[in-house]
Design a protein around this ligand. Structure first.
Ligand code: SAM
Length: 447
């Protein structure tokens, strides 16, 4: 399915609304860098280009639409169990944060192509819970990497009684087969006069390093010998030579990038002209690596929490299509400013705040009913027996029965489990409670 929006679209809006309006299977790569549940509020420094930009990262139950509880509990009971467990083991605030994330990740799962990849950037505050969410939503078998971005490689700030924190986490999920992935190498520069022992200089003056013979056949070894690709150790063992580039008296070694990235410094140590002042801005080098590894030219890249639009700018430089969403209007101003600096494309950015119309199914599905909201209000607890239930075992009950004049107004509605509801029949709620208490069936299991 193709995207139902244009390349270079930037929305100023809540990403949940926009994601819900996007076609299924329409995005090749999603990178998201949401608030981390850091319990801090962020604001750009006055005088910086991003001045005025601010976002909060403290979460309470009031930040969560109560119907989201029911929506998740209905669509994915196992996912709701994880959220509930986080609420019990950590805090209600963490549960609220994770609910905010879960409803959005469910939409991202729907819009990403089967050949696509999703990178979720977070830190150790909620990383362990977010990984469980990702496992539940995308499937544990889709987990590819936990990337450690060690941004503080140049020295960490001391903190009393603990090791200073100087890394973020980036979870990569995508199919094992059929997913776009390109190996990434980084350059390590060695001055010619100070080479490490694994780099040698050939008779012809060319620098090289070696690897074991592996399972090369004798015929292949003979061919490599002719190409001057064989190195013999002092004990006579054969190793294969790999020639390295010599650049201005410096030997350029290339090494395969693994899942610990400590070669990309944080914004404090990034060239000044890249810094916008936007709080939590990420380096272009980080996004370029992600985009190059997991997408092809012309692919659609989406950043639903785009901030100062680093992903959009990196995608533009690499010839990808892109879309960004952020609550802050600063994102538009900054992406235009950043694109204007080195391309003539700023004028082509399309600004929107309306919800896209899905062209893959016509009307948006009805995401909420009273039952969804009641599930959130009651947190899955039956108002009769006070036991906790999965969404499917709860039924909407009229507190004052319709047969006795009760209305359809939400104030007259509650959830009862599928044992208490038939027991209540046309009696009032008080009558049900009296019966359950008399029969010893009403216990309070709330923690
Ligand atoms: C950590 S920052 C992203 C920084 C970004 N990666 C960059 O390089 O600038 C998180 C962003 O998410 C945005 N945000 C938070 N909740 C949002 C929501 N519901 N919809 C859209 N954007 C949201 C905030 O305004 C903030 O800009």
């Amino acid at each position: 399915m193709t995207a139902n929006w244009e390349n270079r679209t930037l929305w100023t809006a809540d990403n949940l609304d926009i994601l819900r309006g996007m076609n299924s299977d329409s995005v090749d790569l999603i990178y998201l860098d949401p608030p981390f549940n850091s319990k801090q509020n962020y604001a750009a420094p006055i005088g910086s280009r991003a001045a005025g930009a601010a976002f909060k990262d403290t979460w309470t139950l009031d930040d969560v639409d109560l119907a989201w509880h029911g929506e998740i509990a209905e669509r994915q009971p196992a996912l709701y169990a994880i959220l509930d467990a986080a609420g019990h083991s950590h805090s209600k605030s963490t549960k609220s944060y994770l609910i905010m994330m879960a409803v959005r990740l469910l939409e991202m799962k729907r819009i990403i192509k089967t050949s696509g990849s999703i990178y979720l950037h977070c830190d150790p505050t909620a990383g362990h819970y977010l990984k469980m969410l990702m496992d539940s939503i995308f499937g544990a078998e889709y987990f590819r990497n936990e990337i450690i971005w060690g941004y503080g490689g140049r020295g960490a700030k001391a903190v009393s009684r603990q090791f200073p924190r100087n890394h973020d986490l980036i979870f990569l999920y995508g199919a094992e087969k059929g997913r776009k992935h390109r190996r990434v190498y980084k350059e390590i520069l060695h001055p010619l006069h100070k080479l490490p022992s694994h780099i040698r200089i050939d008779k012809t003056g060319k620098p090289y390093k070696t690897s074991p013979r592996g399972d090369y056949t004798d015929a292949s070894i003979a061919r490599l010998e002719k190409e001057n690709r064989i190195h013999r150790t002092s004990s006579g063992n054969i190793r294969i030579k790999y020639f390295l580039e010599l650049r201005n008296s410096t030997v350029v070694d290339r090494s395969l990038v693994g899942d610990c990235w400590d070669d990309i410094p944080d914004m404090m140590h990034t060239p000044k002209d890249e810094r916008t002042g936007y709080p939590t801005q990420k380096p272009l080098a980080l996004l370029s690596r992600i985009i190059e590894a997991s997408s092809d030219e012309g692919d659609m890249v989406l950043d639903p929490f785009c901030g100062c639009a680093t992903t959009c700018v990196a995608a533009e430089h690499l010839g990808r299509q892109w879309a960004g969403i952020d609550l802050s209007a600063k994102a538009l101003e900054l992406v235009k400013f950043r694109l204007k600096k080195d391309t003539m494309l700023a004028e082509k950015v399309l600004h929107r705040n309306d919800i896209p119309q899905r062209s893959d199914l016509g009307k948006l599905p009805n995401y909420r009913t009273h039952k969804h909201s009641l599930y959130g209000i009651q947190e899955g607890c039956c108002k009769g027996c006070l036991h906790f239930f999965e969404f499917r075992h709860l039924e909407v009950d009229h507190i004052m029965p319709k047969a006795r004049g009760g209305s359809e107004h939400p104030d007259n509605l509650q959830l009862l489990c599928n044992s208490c509801n038939p027991m209540k029949g046309n009696s009032s709620h008080e009558e049900l409670v009296a019966k359950l208490t008399r029969d010893g069936l009403r216990r309070d299991h709330r923690l």
